[in-house]
Design a binder for this molecule. Sequence first.
Ligand code: 0RQ
Length: 511
Amino acid sequence: SSESRINSFIKSKLMSAEDVAEKFPEKVTIGASGFTPAGYPKVIPGAFAQRIKNSKNPENFSINLYTGASTGDELDGVLARSGRLKLKIPYQSHKDLRKLINQGKVNFIDMHLSHVSKYIREGIFPPIDVAIVEACDVTSDGRIYLTNSSGMSGTYLPLAKDIYIELNEAHPLDMKGLHDIYLPEIHTGRPINIDYVDDRIGTPYVRVNPEKIKGIVLTNKYDSSPGFKKPDDASFKIANHLLDFILDEVEHGRIPKTLLPFQSGVGNVANAVLACIAQDNRFKSIEMYTEVIQDSIFDLIDSDKLRFASTTALTFSSEGQKRFHRDLYELKSKFILRPMEISNNPEVIRRIGLITMNTALEADIYGNVNSTHVLGSSMMNGIGGSGDFTRNAYISIFMTPSVAKDGKISSFVPMVSHVDHNEHSVQIMVSEQGLADLRAKTPKQRAELIIEKCVHPMYKDLLRDYFQHAQRVSFGQHTPHDLKQALSWHIRLQETGSMHPDHQAKKEPTS
Ligand code: 0RQ
């Protein structure tokens, strides 16, 4: 209960969010908790935005915001709308923030999540003035127990000049113990001692100098994660192609019968894969080593297939959150929350041997993947952890529906308009049409496979024509391209509203 949680240390630090907001410098660099709407501060940022709004000279304010990944409206949204956000790292998915980034009004640096801690600790980015972190408990000797995400808090807290905590009483104290906080040394190459998904190497709290904790605000609020969308038909088809492929790999002895741990990205398709595994008798016991766990994990729990899940965030809907709290006693032995430089660490990912599943916006005939930029220029969310996992995977898989926007966009194009994951790192490509195994294939073999297996029927002949034409006119024959035509599909989309030449669609916004 609230009574038992509020120890004398917490009591001595209690403040209102408005009082905290008054203490921030006008030009401030904030390091905040939170990762994919989970475990982020919910009231202090709003109070700071209000202070800016009430100010006679709002233009004096300037905010750099560092988070774990995307956060909720109460942080990314309110600070974006304050008009004084100048820099955001390293990921976002909020519509207002995205709009400002694409108008060129907010500087956004899109980073591999595993690099962020090192950049901050080495002082490559401006130093952190204040850390604002959501916690479920704080002790007088400076132990901070985090909530639904570990994210970057283990890095931001010790480096911040001042620390402000949002003590969220919606979380039972039994949340303590889920986290395993460990920061690798930056200059030495000493191994990170995680051999298995359930190895613990750190502490269940972040330790700080308690004198730096300048204020604690009480809250009682769940994360505002979007509700659980039921996977659609295309997602189920993608999931089934994927599971058939994995079982075939087991058959060939390339994946052990006990399987390998999975990493899965966010979204519809990722959820469908877990839902399909839960229903499929051929899968008995699943391990996850990933960065985001969503409500779909409950399908695995209900079918008694979840052996263990390591993540940096629990991104649950309200219902999912309630359920997790209700069953916390049983679930605690099945989950670890890790700092994102550990969840996404190349060394650990490579050692454990992961099957990674991430989503592409578009891919080209040679297997290069664009996960971030619409028409090569407009930022969607960011690369997030997809690069960390893909590059170091045991088997790297990219999935995407074959078309977007009712067929006006083909997800498979002659040449991608931006590259996040290049042909060297992408092993398997899958759409609802089928799966292409790109391993040990030449560029031309990859193009044939992708066109044959993954492309939507309405774009198949067009892409085949491009590939044949490219072989006729290309400067070289290793990876044939007609540079004049390579981006013509994107240009057509921009000019006519569709990549398909037969579409008479009017020009309209495409994202
Ligand atoms: O827009 O909803 O307005 O129609 O893009 O597409 O198919 O709903 O897929 O939600 O899984 O997102 C790559 C963005 C996919 C995501 C991306 C339009 C499409 C729709 C979303 P509408 P879907 P998802 C874990 C790992 C990078 C980071 C990552 C992502 C919207 O998965 O951000 O993987 N990945 N991190 O209509 C223009 C195209 C399009 C297109 C789809 N070719 N051109 N628009 N859309 N294809 C998380 C972290 O790292 C934190």
